[in-house]
Design a protein around this ligand. Structure first.
Ligand SMILES: [Zn+2]
Length: 344
């Protein structure tokens, strides 16, 4: 969700040593402020981790940052993209069109990308709308139907689908592809074990909790997947955290523990709200507080309300998996959550 502190987005290029640079690029909405791409230099060649959002001001900023380091965009050989969200993927496609670089994306993003190639909004994301119906969020669905369509040409297939555990050799450096579903179904992170670096995309963010399962192709339990992916990363040796939004920090493990604790607290809070009598994900979302600033649901814009409702539904679904709640679907397709019958 929104609200990150610090000036990480306005500080320009950050030299991380070893020929690696963090380059913050602008985004059109102020919610996330910026997206970091990482340039990895190996001789004359540059590999980018994530591409940014295809916007002329973003490419201008990338070009300016490259020239500060003494590089040109034509040196980009490969763009390794952590997930299909437009602030990570679309500029990779536009760089490929202009400079012929190679674009790679996790193979778990296939279903998402094919939905994105098809159409837009309710047609383009019918399953998101199904989930909103299930959440009892009719009013929000009506608002989201008015969001204008555009830009289908920014969605193209990558040159390569990355498989989990693949090892990518970039000159002297080896990155391991680690599949981390949750934020999206095909999210991957890139682990440079010998340099102790984790290019974490949106899986582990230092200031904010990533949205869960906001994607065109729905999966049954995105939060369960996300929590498992957090534990997977916690089982790797600790590394420096190179996130897609926010500052570089020293410890992936420290942040993963905080994220696990956050979701544990959200599960408890969601359970308490259902216990107090709110039956649908939408009504639970209205009662919970949102973002680091503890905002009221009504203060969020429709897009952030969509994320909030989807995330609440994901938490309630995990509580059902844990047999701490049960659910009944109404004739209108709305899931009503309640306590399971007391067990003997
Ligand atoms: Zn994302």
């Amino acid at each position: 969700m929104t609200d990150s502190p610090a000036e990480w987005d306005a500080s320009g290029v950050e030299d991380l040593g070893g020929g690696i640079y963090r380059i913050p690029l602008p985004l059109p909405s102020d919610a996330l402020r910026a997206v970091n791409v990482y340039a990895i230099c190996e001789g004359e060649d540059v590999v980018l981790i994530d591409g940014g959002w295809a916007l002329s001001e973003s490419q201008r900023q990338l070009e300016k940052s490259f020239s500060e380091i003494g590089l040109s965009l034509s040196q980009i050989r490969r763009v390794l993209v952590t997930h299909v969200h437009r602030d990570h993927y679309t500029q990779a496609v536009s760089l490929r069109e202009q400079f012929g670089c190679h674009v790679a994306l996790g193979s778990g993003e296939r279903a998402n990308l094919f939905e994105l190639l098809a159409a837009f909004s309710e047609q383009r994301m019918p399953r998101q709308f199904e989930a909103l119906r299930r959440a009892g969020a009719g009013r929000l669905m009506a608002q989201l139907r008015n969001v204008p369509a555009n830009d289908s040409e920014q969605w193209q297939v990558p040159d390569e689908w990355l498989e989990a555990d693949a090892r990518l050799h970039l000159g002297s450096r080896t990155l391991r592809v680690i599949s981390t579903p949750g934020h999206t179904a095909g999210h991957v992170v890139f682990h440079d074990e010998s340099a102790n670096l984790l290019f974490a995309g949106d899986h582990v963010l230092p200031h904010i909790t990533p949205s869960i399962g906001f994607q065109p192709s729905l999966v049954p339990f995105p939060l369960r997947d996300y929590l498992a992916s957090l534990r997977l990363v916690a089982a790797l040796p600790d590394a420096r955290l190179l996130p897609a939004h926010g500052m570089v920090t020293d410890s992936v493990h420290k942040r993963v523990s905080a994220l696990l604790a956050h979701h544990e607290a959200r599960l408890e809070a969601s359970l308490a709200v259902v216990r107090a009598g709110a039956p649908t994900a939408y009504e639970v979302a209205e009662i919970l507080r949102w973002t680091r600033r503890e905002r009221d649901f009504a203060e969020l814009d429709p897009f952030n309300q969509l994320l909030a409702v989807s995330e609440t539904l994901a938490h309630l679904d995990v509580l059902v998996l844990q047999e701490r709640l049960r659910t009944v679907r109404t004739d209108e397709g709305v899931d009503h959550f309640g306590l399971p019958p007391a067990r003997r």
